[in-house]
Design a binder for this molecule. Sequence first.
Ligand code: ADP
Ligand code: MG
Length: 233
Amino acid sequence: MNKPVLIELVDLEKAYFLGAEEVPVLKKINLTIHEGEFIAIMGTSGSGKSTLMNVLGFLDRPTRGKYLLKGSDVSNLTDEDEARIRNREIGFIFQTFNLLSQYTSYENVALPLMYRDEEVDHGRVMRAVETVGLTHRIHHKPSEISGGQRQRVAIARALVTDPAILLADEPTGNLDSKTSIEIMELFLNLHKTGATIILVTHEPDIAHYSERIIHIKDGEIHEDERLVRKKRR
Ligand code: ADP
Ligand code: MG
């Protein structure tokens, strides 16, 4: 693969502390991700998938080791730099959507831009909403739309900043299988237009939309599997 390296993890470790006792969760993870990759992370519950996603998305910090993003070391940023990089480079999508219930779809999507010290670009919000096919639901609140539509709003919110990477932690975990397929088709289209996507799933059918499956076991990379095109759906 000759695309530029986007992310490099070097001996990355994450541990939690129970009193004085250190409980390792991620153990010396070494991982290189190139621009434009579509990756699924699989592993049993408790294997460290969410912890890895949270470190990648600057929601949590590594205990040891290096995280390089576009070549610069981002393992130990100030809170301010961390928040700025999270806002500029990361689009995070959660299993439970995490929308603000009092806001409309439009307002939820505009939120990452509202955190910036600049005027919200209306065209940008509308383009993100259009990408997920929800132009007809911009004034609805989360309680007035379906689960699949809520996840589309959340994906638009992740896309609106044009981030370097989309991180999705079990994005179809709360959706029925038909809606899950629709959401995965959307990720597939985003991938085709150049997005770098990492998603966590424990469903093989979902993982097979990707082109590389990283299997995590007890906080370690157990297998790094490249899928050949004919296996893809
Ligand atoms: P997965 O997403 O693969 O189910 P997680 O990354 O959520 O796994 O959790 C991995 C391990 O880390 C689990 O054993 C979990 O109990 C532990 N863990 C996660 N968050 C914390 C925390 N804040 N404090 C202590 N232990 C945690
Ligand atoms: Mg998890």
